[in-house]
Design a protein around this ligand. Structure first.
Ligand code: NAG
Ligand code: NAG
Ligand code: NAG
Ligand code: NAG
Ligand code: NAG
Ligand code: NAG
Ligand code: NAG
Length: 547
């Protein structure tokens, strides 16, 4: 399909600052046909939340208690925030500071925009993670003394003092540096790949077995942080470099090899991103979308600054005859994060237009996010931030519908001079649906059950400022572990829901929804539940999907 985009949300101020080449590009693209079925109006906005988080968050995860975990490496020298209670790390194995009294992980409270230092001992550099069904973050691997360690964080409220708990011994069977995790339907975690291993393993371990995956053995080093999505049939879709497989992890069998995606490599160090589009209908079909990447030459030739990929590919991976359909983005991008919004649109945010992932290997930051509507195949160019977010930056959905943007560090140590200084500022991006102009349509969830059971109906009461004119959607969105342009475990489920019925004498409406039909559609976990009316989401509430 031909690329097109809607220009209505671009600020005029933004147009003045467009580079001439970009302006030419915008002029060449044809505007989309008006086919939006929603009433979303107004503009997206950026807000600076915190000037100095103390660390540059390389890994970010939003807990169901509200606070957000920021996590960097430990071997990066002193950070800008001291550990609490005058504690220090005394780690003879640390490669930079064997004695270090600063924090390399913090808890960010999005209600007050403040941080609290957390304590980690071993190195979490380029690690992986997933929330467990009870909301505990299971975080795995890293580098050096952390490469086979696992860590847990049981989340707590902002006024409490939960912290990391670390395994004393090496629990992982292979070193996991640049690995990817996926929560499984039985609540265990699949851990795959990384620089030191082409194999996968399970946590808890299943009889101490390590299974090699040929897909990863054949991709040179373009397979770090492989893309993994759990499909509603219980199989995994696994993508590395430009190739992908349908994988039955319960029998260690490749069920299907997919066509190679056209264009550039998409995984580290070429840094595209991937998302499983919202699951819908009877959940038999599932579609993935992979966007951006870098020239295969880019990692080997930093001076050339090869242009990043400008393409996305979509594929219905549950089809026996699956094939890629390519579309063009309004700009090139590597190191973009793809974020599933409550409305099932995809936000593509952060990154650069030239070069690749790694230390000082990219230039030409992309300041404008894109919103992609998977139903109409259209991109909206969103207003620009002023802060470059390149290597080691993150973007995560908050329950209130904002997207939290943190991190960016192209340097081996914290470096606050020169191009792309280490970024400690925290911003939020508010999609246009949050513009107050949309408040007349905005639902509010007023009564709900915190527990949602599988294939079981449950009631949600919402209030609406004006009577609904159509059906109201309900989505469940997971909270992923986000690092290196990929959100591990990100998924969204559109739930079947009855038409809203007015509860007499109020502005409150009753919706009856059906919980996810199976653990393969939605592995047991905490999810953000949003009601969507006319394209405008409510604030989200956390629900635990369980047996
Ligand atoms: C939103 O952007 C449009 C241009 O697309 C502009 O006319 C309008 O004033 C903006 N609204 C606000 C509230 O900034
Ligand atoms: C760090 O630990 C080592 C060995 O446990 C000990 O000898 C040393 O005194 C400690 N250093 C500091 C500054 O506490
Ligand atoms: C959550 O589950 C994990 C794994 O079963 C367990 O280790 C942890 O203690 C649990 N956390 C809480 C708060 O119960
Ligand atoms: C934290 O705040 C909650 C609600 O405001 C309160 O119930 C709880 O006691 C507080 N916990 C601590 C440790 O202060
Ligand atoms: C990098 O690319 C430039 C431009 O194509 C070329 O002139 C140069 O020889 C390349 N350097 C290396 C090390 O490949
Ligand atoms: C398979 O794909 C080809 C080419 O896209 C198409 O013509 C054919 O109808 C497809 N077959 C099935 C069973 O979907
Ligand atoms: C869901 O529940 C219905 C009614 O109890 C049942 O017929 C159906 O088989 C269940 N579906 C699944 C996937 O368990």
């Amino acid at each position: 399909m031909e690329a097109c985009f809607i220009v209505t949300r671009i600020h005029c101020a933004f147009l003045f600052f467009l580079a001439p080449a970009l302006l030419l590009l915008l002029q060449q693209l044809k505007p989309c046909e008006a086919q939006s079925t929603t009433t979303v109006a107004g503009n997206a906005t950026w807000t600076l939340l915190l000037e100095n988080a103390g660390i540059a968050s390389m890994h970010t995860a939003v807990t169901y208690m509200g606070p957000v975990i920021f996590l960097d490496r430990t071997d990066i020298g002193p950070s800008q925030i001291a550990l609490a209670d005058e504690r220090c790390r005394n780690d003879s194995l640390d490669q930079t500071d064997t004695f270090d009294c600063t924090a390399h992980s913090v808890m960010f409270d999005p209600d007050t925009n403040t941080v609290r230092p957390l304590y980690i001992s071993t190195d979490t550099w380029c690690s992986s993670g997933q929330f467990l069904p009870n909301g505990t973050l299971l975080q795995t691997g890293g580098f050096n003394d952390g490469v086979q360690k696992i860590r847990w964080l049981d989340p707590c409220a902002a006024n409490e003092t939960c912290d990391w708990v670390e395994s004393d011994t090496d629990v992982l069977q292979a070193g996991r540096w640049y690995a990817t995790n996926q929560l499984l339907p039985d609540g265990s975690t699949f851990v795959l790949g990384g620089q030191y291993s082409n194999a996968y393993e399970f946590l808890p371990a299943d009889g101490s077995l390590l299974y090699n995956l040929d897909l990863l053995s054949t991709q040179g080093y373009f397979d770090w942080y492989p893309f993994v999505h759990l499909l509603p049939d219980g199989n995994l879709w696994i993508f590395a470099n430009r190739d992908s497989i349908l994988f039955d992890y319960t029998h260690d069998v490749v069920l299907q090899n997919y066509p190679t995606i056209p264009g550039e490599p998409r995984n580290y160090p070429c840094a595209g991103s991937s998302v499983l589009l919202a699951l819908d209908g009877d959940y038999t079909d599932a579609e993935v979308m992979v966007c951006g990447g870098a020239s295969i030459m880019a990692p080997g030739n930093v001076t050339a600054q090869y242009p990043a990929s400008q393409t996305c590919g979509r594929m219905v991976v549950t089809s026996p005859n699956a094939s890629w359909t390519m579309i063009e983005m309004p700009f090139r991008r590597n190191m973009g994060d793809m974020v599933l919004l409550p409305t099932s649109e995809i936000l593509i945010i952060n990154g650069a237009q030239n070069g690749a992932q790694g230390w000082n290997t990219a230039t030409n930051a992309v300041y404008n996010p894109l919103t992609f509507d998977p139903d109409t195949w259209t991109f909206v160019v969103e207003p620009a931030t002023t802060i470059a977010r390149v290597y080691h930056s993150t973007a995560n959905l908050l329950p209130d519908g904002r997207v939290l943007v943190a991190g960016s560090n192209c340097h081996i140590m914290y470096t606050f001079t020169g191009d792309f200084p280490t970024e400690l500022r925290v911003e939020s991006f508010s999609p246009a649906y949050l513009d107050p102009i949309n408040d007349p349509f905005r639902p509010q969830i007023v009564t709900f059950s915190e527990i949602v059971n599988y294939n079981t109906s449950f009631n949600v009461e919402i209030s609406l400022p004006t009577a609904p004119t159509g059906n109201i959607g309900l989505t469940l969105t997971s909270s992923p572990f986000t690092t290196h342009s990929f959100s591990q475990g990100q998924r969204q489920i559109k739930l079947p829901v009855t038409a809203p019925s007015l509860i007499s004498g109020t502005d409150t409406y009753l919706l009856t929804a059906l919980g996810p039909i199976s653990t393969t559609v939605a592995p047991p976990s905490w999810y953000m539940l949003h009601a969507i009316n006319e394209g405008i989401p409510s604030g989200g509430i956390w629900v635990n999907v369980q047996y």
